[in-house]
Design a protein around this ligand. Structure first.
Ligand SMILES: [Zn+2]
Ligand SMILES: [Zn+2]
Length: 310
């Protein structure tokens, strides 16, 4: 997606008035440990603190922290500065907003019409489509639908298919070989049934694509996830072929690790990447905080919303 250069930003990129400006020996990790100790971030701009612990490339900056760690860092700063939250040294411009979804038309199909607002305040497309399917030939699969951010079940019809190979027919006579006659007959019967059966099952589908979530209160976790250019989770493999973490695998998944081969482990990515510096990140954090007047704004994502409008 982008070329990230793991290059440390040099001193002239940062604010020389920042009180730890001179204390730059050591890497990012040391700087982070340094800031987390005692009350060091008290009375400091959040922007300056975040900018102090980032790496940067030409177009992106990186924190050696997963979302969880970044949230801990912000919370530590907020705890020490709760009476005087100084986010950055300048106001954000009027059109600076949280990373909302904003569409004028349905992102799935611009011809869709009609919207509703769900309980959380998202504006969703209410376009309804209907199809009729033949009961004996219905299949379904579940997917996570990106447009609606919901689990969806798709229903469709499977037309019988003949699975006979090309050489089921005699090369010279063109006649079906005896061996395949039974299979061919079954296929013919299925086909006949398919053609005769009436589509009696009506499947209704609501689009529910999100057109806007500007009225939704976002948790800090969601805001950071949206801004992050890295994947939140990643799959890591043990070095060598053998899995060295077999004891972590649940019993019912152990069969996947046949012969002790490593099939990978899901882990939270230990870095986050943004296309802007720490000062801008602090402005986003400020926007997040200011969503609710009394400051009781959610930090962590609640469980994914499965149902709404009921
Ligand atoms: Zn739609
Ligand atoms: Zn492994």
């Amino acid at each position: 997606m982008m070329a990230y250069t793991s290059m440390e930003i040099f001193d002239n990129w940062s604010d020389p008035n920042f009180k730890f400006f001179v204390n730059r020996e050591g890497g990012i990790k040391e700087r982070m440990d340094f800031l987390m100790k005692d009350r060091r971030v008290e009375d400091e701009y959040l922007g300056a603190c975040l900018d102090y612990i980032r790496w940067g490339g030409q177009t992106t900056v990186m924190y050696g922290l997963e979302t969880k760690g970044l949230i801990n860092f912000v919370q530590h700063w907020m705890d020490l500065n709760q009476d005087n939250l100084i986010w950055g040294d300048k106001e954000h411009s009027k059109d600076f907003t949280l990373p909302y979804i904003k569409h004028n038309k349905c992102p799935r199909d611009e011809k869709h019409k009609g919207t509703i607002k769900d309980l959380a305040g998202r504006v969703r497309c209410i376009h309804k489509s209907e199809k009729r399917l033949k009961l004996s030939f219905i299949e379904n699969y579940k997917i996570f639908d990106e447009h609606s951010q919901m689990d969806k079940t798709n229903y469709f019809e499977i037309e019988p298919r003949d699975t006979l190979p090309d050489d089921a027919w005699d090369e010279n006579t063109g006649e079906l070989l005896n061996f395949y006659k039974e299979e061919w007959k079954e296929y013919q019967e299925q086909m006949e049934k398919f053609e005769e059966e009436k589509p009696t099952v009506i499947v209704k589908d609501f689009c529910y694509a999100i057109l806007s979530d500007e009225n939704v209160i976002f948790s800090l976790e969601e805001v950071l996830d949206r801004l992050n250019l890295e994947l939140r989770m990643r799959t890591v493999y043990c070095s060598g072929i053998e899995c060295k973490r077999l004891d972590e695998i649940p019993e019912d998944e152990k069969w996947l690790y046949e012969h002790g081969m490593c099939m990978g482990h899901e882990e939270e990515n230990d870095k986050t990447i943004h296309p802007f510096d720490g000062w801008t990140l602090a402005l986003y954090v400020q926007k997040w905080y200011e969503q609710v007047l009394n400051g009781r704004v959610p930090v962590w994502k609640k469980d994914k919303i499965k149902n709404f409008g009921t």
